[in-house]
Design a protein around this ligand. Structure first.
Ligand code: AMP
Ligand code: MG
Length: 414
């Protein structure tokens, strides 16, 4: 019996633990997930300040363009104004400097004429509030800024930095990974002996894990030997918060991951109603979450995307787990298995009709790694669908919104 994909995904997510909260440095929080809501302890900006280099004035003094005002102070960013403005006076001021008492507008330098002999000529009337950034204009004291569950990007961490609020995040998992198979040799092997192949899955898994911001422990290539696999597992459960393996979970005589774990009770081996990525082992080994991915490289990717990525993000405390999907047109159609959710590897372009258009990026067998590398998206053909006619509509799961625009497209001939 095959298990529906969503049902298995829910089971996986339900069993993911959190790893405890830690305080981290601002930049170290990037990629981690906030464990607490963040409220602003104070206004941002904390004081009203100039948005432009220019002159702080009383707007009412400037209704007649060409008026000369006496320059009575100069306020740099970081300085404190020493003069209260009264009618007929102005203070030279730099971007970010506090607004002098009495002033209610900034006239940008460009709107003035040389401040000679202590005078500045204002060429255009100012309105109250012009080019003044109010206190709390970015964030008000007490306001909810971020919710727990947010995976922090550089921009979020910089907001925390500006508020001086140290990020409290969920600890990120250490993830052990290994590939299994007697046929595997190091990717650095120049000449392959008959039957051997280079291990590509560990490079793939390492990259996908690194993208998630987890710490990776590489256990290398494990031979198709139950004892060797058990030894590696024993080490891994001591080291890691989660374990990801490739290969050995299927029906073959040497599928040692399955042979080693099948009867221990804590890991189930499933046939998932998806393609690629049908065989999948999941459970715990000594209480450590275990993901037994298939061996075929494209299956590794799809299984990682559908199970491991959302599961590790759950472990990291994130509330957004799944990649963005957009509606698109499958220009070349697909003949898919109606019993399974099929992830078709496609390249995408946004056409002049404003829609996303997709085409298969190459062969759709689960060993054709190159077609995966060429793909921008997985076209999702849900179980129960079967054939998609050329020009039919599909959901596109964008696996890496590509840097799609060349220099020429973005900048023209410049
Ligand atoms: P398995 O599930 O172990 O039977 O592997 C399925 C297929 O994936 C076989 O053709 C393997 O040779 C291939 N395979 C397994 N592991 C890797 C790997 N680490 N890198 C590349 N191909 C692999
Ligand atoms: Mg194998």
């Amino acid at each position: 019996m095959m298990r529906p994909l969503a049902e298995m995904q829910a089971e996986v997510l339900d069993s993911m633990p959190l790893l405890g909260e830690i305080d981290v440095g601002f930049a170290d929080a990037i990629g981690a997930v906030l464990s607490r809501d963040v409220d602003a302890p104070e206004d941002l900006p904390g004081f009203e300040n100039a948005a432009m280099d220019g002159f702080a004035v009383i707007a009412a003094d400037t209704v007649d363009p060409g008026v000369d005002l006496a320059v009575v102070d100069e306020v740099a960013a970081g300085a404190v104004p020493s003069v209260t403005l009264t009618s007929g006076r102005a203070a030279r001021i730099m971007t970010g400097a506090p607004i002098p008492a009495g002033a209610d507008a900034i006239v940008p330098v460009e709107m003035t004429e040389g401040s000679h002999e202590g005078l500045v000529r204002v060429l255009e009337a100012a309105s109250v509030g012009d080019h003044i950034r109010p206190a709390g204009g970015s964030v008000k004291a007490g306001a909810r800024v971020f919710n727990a569950g947010l995976r922090m990007r550089a921009t979020h961490a910089s907001v925390m930095a500006s508020m001086g609020v140290r990020p409290r995040v969920w600890r990120r998992p250490v993830v052990a990974m290994m590939s299994t198979g007697d046929e595997l040799v190091s990717p650095s092997t120049p000449t392959l002996k008959p039957g051997a192949i280079r291990d590509s899955n560990r490079t793939l898994m390492q990259g996908l894990l690194t993208d998630l911001g987890v710490e990776v422990r590489d256990y290398g290539i494990i031979n198709d030997d139950v004892g060797a696999f058990e030894t590696a597992l024993e080490e891994a459960v001591k080291d890691a918060d989660a374990i990801v393996t490739s290969g050995g979970v299927s029906m073959g005589a040497y599928d040692i991951v399955k042979l080693a774990l099948r009867d221990r009770g804590d890991v189930g081996f499933w046939k998932i109603a998806m393609q690629p990525g049908k065989p999948f082992g999941f459970g715990t080994v000594s209480d450590v979450p275990f993901f037994g991915l298939p061996g075929n490289p494209v299956s590794v990717f799809v299984s990682f995307e559908q199970f491991v990525r959302p599961a590790l993000l759950t472990m990291m405390g994130a509330d957004r787990l799944f990649r963005d999907r957009v509606e698109g047109v499958l220009d070349d159609g697909a003949d898919t298995n109606p019993g399974k959710t099929v992830f078709v590897r496609v390249t995408t372009v946004r056409d002049s009709d404003g829609r996303w258009h997709a085409r298969k990026s190459g062969g759709q067998s689960s060993n054709v790694l190159s077609a995966l590398a060429f793909a921008d998206a997985l076209a999702v053909v849900p179980a129960g669908t079967g054939r998609v006619e050329p020009g039919g509509t599909v959901e596109l799961e964008m696996i890496h919104w590509p840097e799609a625009r060349s220099r020429r497209e973005a900048l023209g001939d410049r």
